[in-house]
Design a protein. Structure first.
Length: 259
C-alpha cells in the first residue's frame, strides 16, 4: 500500500501501509468510477503492472492481509519490489517486440527470463534482491534497443532526456525519434505532434494535451501515461493500448483534426 500526499493527484494524505478509506471489504475501490471528480486522478492513472495479483496469489499463496495482519508488513514491502520487477518485464517485452532492436534481443531475452525468475522467488528472497542494480542493467539494454530503433529516423532528433518541458508549447511539433526518457511534460501542449519512434520511457505526461497527436509508433508508452494525459478520438495510439474513455471527440472548426 504505497503512500501518497494531498496534492493535485490525491485529495488526501495516506501513509504507507495504511488502507485507503475508500477500499471496500471486497478489495474494490468504492469511488473507482468517480476518481477524477473526487480528486484522485493519480489513482486513475496508477498501474501496478499486475504486481498486486502476483504478490497476493503467488508469493503469499492467496493469504489476505486483513485475515492475516501479521503478514501485512512483509506483504507491503514485497509489493514494492514486485512492482519494480513487473514494470521491467513490461518494458523488456516491449523492447523484444521491436524488430529494429534485434541486435540486442538475445540480451533482452536473458534479462526477461532472469526478471521473471525473480518474481517467482519467496518473500524473503525478494526483499534481499538488489533491484537497483538489476534495474540499471535492464535500463542500459533498453537504452541500446531504443538507440537502434531511433537510428532509423533520418536527420537530427531532439534530445530531451530528463528535460524540464513543463507547459512546453509543442503543438504540431515533429518529434520523430526524439529522446524524451524521463522528460517532465506536465501540462505540455503536444496536440497534433508527431511522436513516431520517440522514446517516452518514464516521461511525465500528467495533464499534457495529446489531442490529435500521433503516438501510434511511440516507444515504451504505457497505459498509465495515457490515463494521466488529455487526448481525443483523433489521437493515434499503439494497438496494444486503450483510449481512455474520458477522452473527448476532437473539436470542430478550422484547423481541427479529422477523426
Amino acid at each position: 500500500m504505497p503512500a501518497f500526499s494531498a496534492s493535485a493527484d490525491f485529495a488526501i494524505d495516506k501513509p504507507a501501509g495504511h488502507p485507503c478509506p475508500h477500499l471496500q471489504a471486497d478489495f474494490r475501490c468504492g469511488i473507482h468510477d468517480d476518481l477524477r471528480r473526487r480528486g484522485f486522478p493519480g489513482c486513475a492513472a496508477y498501474d501496478c503492472f499486475g504486481a498486486g495479483q502476483q504478490v497476493s496469489q503467488v508469493t503469499f499463496g492467496g493469504r489476505d492481509w486483513r485475515r492475516d495482519p501479521r503478514a501485512a508488513p512483509q506483504m507491503y514491502r514485497v509489493f514494492a519490489v514486485m512492482r519494480q520487477l513487473h514494470e521491467l518485464l513490461w518494458y523488456l517485452a516491449a523492447a523484444l517486440a521491436l524488430p529494429a532492436a534485434r541486435a540486442v534481443h538475445g540480451e533482452l531475452r536473458l534479462a526477461f527470463e532472469a526478471t521473471e525468475a525473480m518474481t517467482r522467488s519467496p518473500a524473503g528472497a525478494l526483499l534481499e534482491l538488489d533491484t537497483g542494480r538489476h534495474r540499471d542493467h535492464v535500463n542500459a539494454l533498453l537504452v541500446r534497443g531504443s538507440e537502434l530503433v531511433r537510428a532509423h529516423v533520418p536527420g537530427p532528433k531532439l534530445d530531451g532526456r530528463g528535460a524540464d518541458l513543463i507547459g512546453a508549447a509543442l503543438a504540431n511539433a515533429t518529434l520523430n525519434g526524439a529522446n524524451l526518457r524521463g522528460a517532465r511534460l506536465i501540462g505540455a501542449d503536444l496536440s497534433r505532434a508527431d511522436l513516431s519512434l520517440a522514446d517516452v520511457t518514464g516521461a511525465d505526461l500528467r495533464g499534457a494535451s495529446l489531442r490529435g497527436a500521433n503516438l501510434a509508433r511511440c516507444l515504451f508508452l504505457t497505459q498509465s501515461q495515457l490515463d494521466a494525459a488529455e487526448g481525443d478520438t483523433a489521437t493515434k495510439l499503439p494497438p496494444s493500448l486503450t483510449r481512455p474513455a474520458r477522452w473527448s471527440a476532437p473539436a470542430s472548426g478550422p484547423g481541427a483534426v479529422a477523426g
